[in-house]
Every structure is written in C-alpha cells, then in structure tokens.
Ligand binder design. Structure first.
Ligand code: GLC
Length: 466
C-alpha cells in the first residue's frame, strides 16, 4: 500500500515536470525546487531526461520521447566549425528551455557556452542514441529512427566521436566536466564513465543505422572501434586483487611492444586505501587511465553501464556485483548510490577540484550518493541476476525519498544526510526510482530499454597501434 502511494506520488510529480513546446510535451525540467535558487534547473537536461524517457517508455507513454528525440535532431549542430566559439559539428545540447518572444515560442539550447565553468557535453549525443534505441525497442516502431534526418544525425554523431585527433587509443579523450560530473573532479582524459557510455552508444548506433551504401562505412567503423575499445577496457582498466598484485610489482620505463606496463604506471601511485579495500572476490574498472596515470577511484556510472551494456565480460560483471556486495555500506549506503569512491580529501581536493566547495569531501560529485542512479543499479542487478542487491537497495528507499522530497543527492560516507545544496523535487531522482521499482517488479522489462549482448574484444591493444 505504502509502496503504491509513493509510486502514485512519483508519477504525479514526474508528469508535473513536463515541459511543453508549441503545445506538445518535449521533455522534463531538471528540478522544481522553489526554495533553492533555480540557476539552470528549470531547463530540460539531455542526460536527466534520458531517465525520464526510460520511465515513460516502460509505462507505454512514448509520445514525449518521440518529440524529444526529433527536437534534439533539430538542435544538433550540423555545420563544420573552424570558429572555436561555436559548438562543433555533431554536438547535441546539454540542455534547452522554451522562451517566449512577442508571443512566439523559441527553444534556446546550451552547448556549454552558458553552463557554469563553460563545460561542453560529451554525453548528450550518447544519451540521445541510447534513448532512441529504447524507443525503437519498446514501441516496436522503427519509422522514426529510419527517417532521413535521424539517420543523418547518427552519422554526424559518429563523425564527431570516431574522428582521430591527437591521441592514438580506442578510448575517447575528453575534457574535465563533460558529463554527469560537470565540474572539475580530475575526470579529464579517458574517464571510465565516458568510455562505458561511448561503448554503449556504439552498440546502439550500429543497430540503428539502416544497412545501406551510405551507412556501411559507419557501421563498419563503429564495429571496429568497439572491438578495440572492449579489449582496451577489459585488459587495461580492470582491477581486482590479482591485477593489483601485478601492478604492485610492475617494472617501469619499458619501451616497445613487449612492455607489460604499457602506460608506465608507477606502483607507488597505488593508494594505500585500496590495498585493504579491494575484496578477495570482486573487482571494477579503474576511473581513468592515461600516460603514467591510473585513477584508482571507483565510479558507479561507468561500472554499472559496463555491466548493462556488455562492455564488461560476464565474469567482470559478476565481479562488479561481488564488489557491491562486499562493500555495500560504502558503495550503496543508506541511500543508493555512491557516485564515486573514495572522496578526494584535503590537498587532493584542493588540487583536483580547484577548491570547489560544492564538491568538498563526501558531498555532491565528490563521494555523494545519487538516487538518480537507482535505475542503473536495478538494470545491472537484473542483467546479472543479483536480485539480493536490488531488494536490499530498494528496501524503504521510496518512502524515504518521498519524505525528503526527492533530493538530488545525499551527503556523507554512507549517504545519510540530504545533500547540502541538493535541489528537492529533482526529476531524475523521481524517474530513477520509478524505473527501479518497475524492473524489480518485472525484470523482463529490462529488454525494453534495448541494452543487448556482448561484444567480442579485438585482440589488439595499444602495442598494435605503435
Ligand atoms: C548538475 C549535475 C548534472 C545534471 C544537472 C541537472 O549540474 O552535475 O549532471 O545534469 O545538475 O540536474
């Protein structure tokens, strides 16, 4: 009974967050908090709406999703730019809002030129692809996806994400703050979260592109990149006790093809917390990997997306779920789900966040707990059959979220306190909960979100690229 009333309330709140354009629903605003200052939370954020979109698709209400998908195609940049102040070709906006001028409605989009710290979204196009795939799968209707403008949008996105620049890895090089963590948090370079997202997007793009002459080179390129990406991630990012042991005994300064320590990681950079914390059984993908740099932090978004999208092998997916079991208090906590573990403290916080007060230790992106990720936890649990984790994570979460008015995030090592600057009535918190509940009730619904299969890894690592 209690559960049903929380669910009804959540649906009412989700519906109340819908934004309309020319009379039609096109998205949901990020939050409807009337107490904390709005800033840009009154806009439709692409990544936030993806969670609402999944909730609406599972509930057989696809119209808002179709409108959003087409609107994003119109907002995608399509001109090649040599002017650094304009968004590049293929970029989709981080957010948009409706403005009325002389009684006429216009959409105003932000590609990063208005955002705090001017961060551009690498993830918007990826979310769009994921939602498009879920739309096709759950409605069974592929006419929207097969239309010329949508097919073109997919190709332009691939042009943007597959083009080579100054690096020679299958992973994608990105600036700090280019996705959910949209502030400086040391997530520049090759962050796990983005790589997993990239992998999932490549899967979706291949299956959404119609097999014709124009698309063939794109399908082929996406396929090849994905195989190399899978190999790279599964081999070099993976951490468990055995892997930690081999890094601990690495030789350094190795040159050429046979180097075991491909990235010249110094064993001294293994943080002391990890030596005790890594369980006997379990593992995860490291937060980042680049020249002489392994970020040993655990990031939930990338690891869970790896499980759901098939980037992780079945064995690795099982190990990630084992880690969540072994470190439940820290990674799931009182309010699921820890975004990143552990928090940056003291001098690390000063240097890596730029002394960002919103991101002080165990708060917000820096070790806060984000209930919007409940959907992804639920999807990973369903995919791996870890129903024990899902049940315990969902236990009493609904009534608590409702009582706390659906906060954006929680603070503290175990996520016990409502985030200091958290918005209430945060839309993706509401939608994330609704999806998790639906997946827990009927796990077969995961299929409707369109995450399929595993990909063979191409046995060609960095050495093959030298
Ligand atoms: C914050 C989050 C970002 C989210 C936005 C709207 O900036 O870091 O990921 O999209 O709020 O909820």
């Amino acid at each position: 009974m209690m559960k049903n009333s929380v669910r009804d309330t959540a649906w009412k709140l989700l519906d109340a967050s819908v934004m309309r354009f020319a009379g039609a629903p096109i998205g949901t605003v990020a939050a409807r908090d009337t107490i904390v200052q709005e800033l840009n939370y009154d806009q439709v954020f692409t990544r936030d709406f993806a969670v609402s979109a999944y909730a609406y698709l599972l509930a057989d209400k696809p119209d808002i999703v179709a409108n959003f998908l087409l609107q994003m195609v119109r907002l995608q940049r399509t001109e090649r730019q040599l002017d650094c102040f304009r968004p590049g070709e293929g970029l989709m906006p981080a957010s948009f809002k409706v403005e009325s001028v002389d009684g006429e409605e216009h959409l105003i989009a932000d590609y990063g030129e208005h955002a705090i710290a001017r961060v551009a979204p690498v993830d918007s196009g990826f979310w769009w692809l994921l939602v498009l795939k879920a739309y096709v799968r759950s409605t069974g209707d592929s006419t929207l996806a097969e239309g010329d403008e949508v097919q073109r949008a997919i190709r332009v996105l691939l042009d943007l994400s597959l083009s080579t620049r100054f690096d020679m890895f299958p992973t994608m090089l990105v600036p700090d703050g280019s996705y959910l963590i949209d502030r400086r948090m040391g997530v520049y370079g090759y962050p796990m979260d983005i790589q997993a997202h990239f992998f999932a997007a490549l899967t979706m793009a291949q299956s959404l592109l119609v097999d014709n002459e124009e698309n063939a080179p794109y399908i082929e390129a996406a396929h090849r990149r994905q195989e190399h990406l899978a190999y790279h991630m599964r081999t070099y990012y993976w951490l468990d006790l055995a892997q930690l042991n081999s890094i601990y005994r690495y030789e350094v300064e190795q040159y050429g093809h046979n180097a075991a320590n491909q990235f010249n990681i110094y064993p001294e950079t293994i943080p002391s917390w990890l030596m005790d914390w890594m369980p006997e059984k379990g593992g995860y993908f490291a937060g980042n990997l680049g020249p002489a740099r392994m970020d040993f932090r655990y990031f939930a978004l990338g690891n869970l997306l790896a499980v759901v999208s098939g980037l992780a092998t079945d064995e690795q997916a099982g190990a990630i779920m084992d880690l969540l079991r072994a470190r439940r208090d820290e990674l799931i906590g009182d309010m699921p789900l820890k975004l990143c573990f552990p928090a940056l403290e003291d001098r690390d916080w000063m240097l890596l966040t730029g002394m960002d007060r919103k991101n002080r230790a165990w708060s917000y992106h820096n070790g806060g707990n984000w209930p919007c990720l409940l959907w992804l936890l639920a999807a990973a649990c369903v995919r791996t059959g870890a129903t024990d984790i899902l049940e315990s994570a969902l236990d009493s979460v609904g009534p608590r979220l409702a009582k706390d008015q659906w906060p954006e995030y929680y603070d503290g090592r175990h996520g016990r306190l409502i985030g200091r600057e958290a918005r209430r009535l945060q839309t993706w918190t509401i939608a994330g909960y609704l999806i998790a509940e639906q997946l827990a009730e009927d796990p077969s619904r995961l299929d409707r979100l369109g995450f399929d299969g595993q990909v063979q890894a191409a046995g060609r690592g960095v050495e093959g690229l030298v």
